[in-house]
Design a protein around this ligand. Structure first.
Ligand code: ZN
Ligand code: ZN
Ligand code: FE
Length: 744
């Protein structure tokens, strides 16, 4: 057959994942000559071959690509004939727009783990062992293309042995940017002991066993770690971190240890041991054989994860017991990335296990749960982010979407893709807003991105909205209603077009009428939405304070039902106030002073928790919902009645019936059923439309399961969070009227 020269372009996550050596090996197999190189669009291959071999070669690329690679497109064309003597990997050339994806950080691979514990390997017990198939990526990248010189590994000069591996196309470490060894790579150091110790891992383990709290530098930030079986150590951490009850995540040595602590199904096992190594929320086995209650007080869920770096493996292998591993950050601030930032937490930790590889981009641990065999992303970060979403159409303009205010993420949209940042956090402090702005700059720089449109939440007080208004510099600004963005996010994930019925059950969100929405039924498409139903408004006594104090919402509903008489009720909510408070709040309810209106299902959860005496004041977001889940009983049937007239769902009949219930378990179970029934009643009229559900309330496992039991076809976000972490993605899609078909 005739030999021709073909150019093959591969796009997707194809850099820094061993793609060029893989192509090199294929070239040897098919006996073809040519070259392979990285460029800013991905990987370019030139081949001298015949059409039949070319076809086999392309199929092999598609089906045998390295584990960390993810291919978006493979295109080929015949070009002018060029003579090649052999097949070569050639150096990166820079040209054109940057569209290649940033590879996320992934866990240590099994080959490296084996070497880590092999006394004959030159990297035996080296805490930063890595190869092309594993290790840090996004967290050390300054810029694309992904080359060592563009990462914080540029400060380490490779030794001869490492260099030999790095330059050998047949080696597992060929062009593995973060490689190093005992001689040339990053080094560990235990800070706080005075004299530096030659055995920092052993020392750290000893200190952990003595009950100390250690700040351990990881991939995208530090963890605060302590012995998860030591009650005093955990209590000390809670006290010092001012975190009385919010559950801590626990890192376990292996699946065996995980199974001792949690009930784990095969799907959850797969997630736990996946290369992304997220924290997985599981049913815990209770305290008798597992951990002290202090790990997650009053909650039978436990967040477990497996070690994802060689450093973690060395620690846990030596320790042989579970470790509390919680992100090191000041409340409401981003995760600490260096010793200077960690100083803000002085007094919380006793020692620091430090190393000298700089963290360039902060990244928290990801959090997931499994409901009905499907995973639900609760926090999308390390291992999963940043992520590129391919669109079935091209964007006409470059869009920067700024997200909301809690659990914020940002997104940039250009051509036919959207890049979503990792979880940034809540924008409640100066530090977090600075970090947020830094994340925007990072994405802009790496992707050489210049926005033409900026989209932001409708809420005028959100920091993201303020950023939009202060930084648009003449660019088109577009506000997107919060719950519409939630539903658009699901449409984006599922690549749906056309009208849908979107159900947004949420904590809060600024409505078109200026009230705080959160129990919304929207018939929408990419062009706009119609609010076809919502919960009746109730008053949030004390405004923002009501968000942390469920008893205020409950009291307001009692006033709605009984007026002033409510004060004389024998009820846990009433008992949670003093007489003076009750009088004051009655007046504020009556006059509507400092009592914004809300239709939020999140607040309804709070109210129910208080009315049943489960929780009057929350110590962390979502606490009331978690506590109500604990009371849910599958053997209870039935639901409460509620009003439904002209698109208004009146919850008061339900509250009234709930107050008459003598058994809290029955009340809670029927409350959950009632929420699903509300969806059923509204959906009745829109049965011809796809049913989409999102919003923070759908992080509730019981509600989500009941929803999917009743409506197996309901679509909920799986890859992106149902909470405000999914808002930025949705905001990009509010620009559909500005989009054009891909093949235009
Ligand atoms: Zn490896
Ligand atoms: Zn070396
Ligand atoms: Fe929301």
């Amino acid at each position: 057959m005739e030999l021709c020269t073909y150019r093959v372009n591969v796009t997707g996550t194809v850099q820094g994942v061993g793609f060029r050596p893989f192509i090199y090996a294929l070239a040897q197999r098919y006996l073809v000559t040519g070259t392979v190189s990285n460029n800013s669009q991905g990987v370019e291959i030139l081949l001298n071959t015949d059409t039949l071999t070319l076809r086999q070669f392309l199929i092999a690329i598609e089906y045998e690509s390295p584990p960390l690679a993810s291919i978006d497109t493979i295109a080929h064309e015949e070009v002018t004939y060029q003579a090649f003597e052999d097949f070569q990997i050639i150096e990166t050339q820079e040209a054109g727009e940057v569209t290649v994806n940033i590879p996320p950080d992934v866990s240590i691979c099994s080959a490296c783990e084996k070497e880590l514990f092999d006394p004959n390997n030159r990297r035996y017990k080296y805490p930063f062992i890595t190869c092309t198939y594993c290790g840090v990526r996004y967290s050390i990248i300054y810029d694309l293309p992904y080359d060592r010189a563009n990462t914080s590994m540029k400060f380490f000069k490779m030794c001869e042995a490492c260099e030999a591996e790095y330059t050998n196309p047949l080696d597992r470490r060929y062009h593995a940017q973060p490689i190093g060894c005992w001689e040339c790579g990053p080094k560990l150091q235990l800070v706080g002991r005075g004299v530096p110790t030659p055995t920092p891992i052993d020392e750290t383990v000893k200190l952990l066993l003595e009950g100390n709290i250690i700040a351990v530098k990881g991939v995208g930030g530090y963890h605060l770690m302590c012995d998860a079986t030591n009650v005093e150590a955990i209590s000390k951490l809670r006290e010092r971190k001012h975190r009385p009850t919010k559950p801590f995540a626990v890192m376990v040595r292996d699946m065996e240890m995980a199974r001792e602590l949690g009930d784990i199904n095969s799907y959850e096992e797969k997630l736990l041991s996946s290369k992304e190594r997220p924290i997985v929320l599981l049913q815990s086995k209770g305290s008798h054989m597992g951990l002290p209650l202090q790990v997650a007080p009053n909650i039978s869920r436990i967040g477990l994860f497996l070690p994802y770096t060689p450093l973690h493996l060395l620690l846990l292998d030596k320790l042989q017991r579970p470790l509390i591993a919680t992100s090191a950050n000041v409340t409401d601030e981003p995760i600490c990335m260096n010793l200077e930032e960690l100083e803000k937490l002085q007094g919380v930790y006793d020692y620091v296990l430090e190393h000298d590889r700089l963290i360039v981009n902060g990244c928290d641990d990801s959090v997931l749960m499994v409901v009905k065999e499907k995973h639900i992303m609760l926090r999308r970060a390390r291992g999963y982010a940043p992520v590129s979403v391919k669109l079935p159409f091209a964007l006409k303009d470059n869009v920067l979407a700024l997200g909301a205010n809690q659990k914020s993420t940002i997104a940039i949209g250009f051509d036919d893709q959207v890049i979503l940042s990792p979880h940034i956090g809540d924008l409640n402090s100066i530090g977090s807003v600075e970090y947020y702005e830094k994340n925007i700059e990072t994405l802009k720089r790496i992707y050489d991105f210049k926005p033409q449109i900026i989209t932001h939440d409708k809420h005028p007080q959100y920091e993201s909205s303020k950023y939009a208004k202060g930084n648009h510099k003449g660019l088109l600004l577009r506000e997107v209603q919060h719950h519409y963005a939630h539903i658009l996010g699901v449409m984006a994930e599922k690549q749906l077009r056309g009208k849908v019925l979107g159900v947004a059950f949420d904590g809060t969100g600024y409505g078109d009428d200026g009230h705080l929405w959160g129990g919304e039924f929207l018939v929408c498409d990419y062009d706009g939405y119609e609010r076809v139903a919502h919960l009746n408004y109730f008053k949030l006594l004390g405004g923002a304070k009501a968000i942390k104090e469920p008893k205020r919402v409950a009291l307001s509903l009692l006033f709605d039902l009984y007026g002033e008489e409510a004060i004389r009720l024998d009820n846990p909510t009433i008992q949670a106030f003093t007489d003076v408070e009750l009088r004051t709040y009655y007046l504020s309810w009556q006059k509507g002073l400092n009592a914004p209106l809300s239709s939020s299902v999140g607040r309804l959860f709070d109210a129910v928790a208080s009315l049943l005496g489960v929780c009057h004041v929350m110590s962390f977001e979502g606490e009331s919902g978690m506590l109500l889940e604990e009371l849910y009983d599958t053997s209870v049937a039935g639901h409460y009645s509620f009003g439904y007239d002209d698109g208004i769902i009146d919850v008061l009949p339900m509250i009234k019936a709930l107050l008459e219930e003598s058994d809290a378990t029955v009340a809670v179970s029927k409350f959950f059923h009632t929420l699903v029934e509300m969806i059923a009643v509204v959906y009745e009229k829109y049965r011809n439309l796809p049913l989409l559900c999102s919003g923070g309330v759908f992080q509730n496992r019981v509600l989500l399961k009941l929803l999917l039991d009743k409506f197996p076809h309901a679509q909920v976000p799986n890859l992106f969070p149902p909470n405000d972490g999914g808002i930025a993605l949705g905001q990009v899609f509010a620009n559909i009227d500005k989009m054009k078909e891909k093949n235009d």
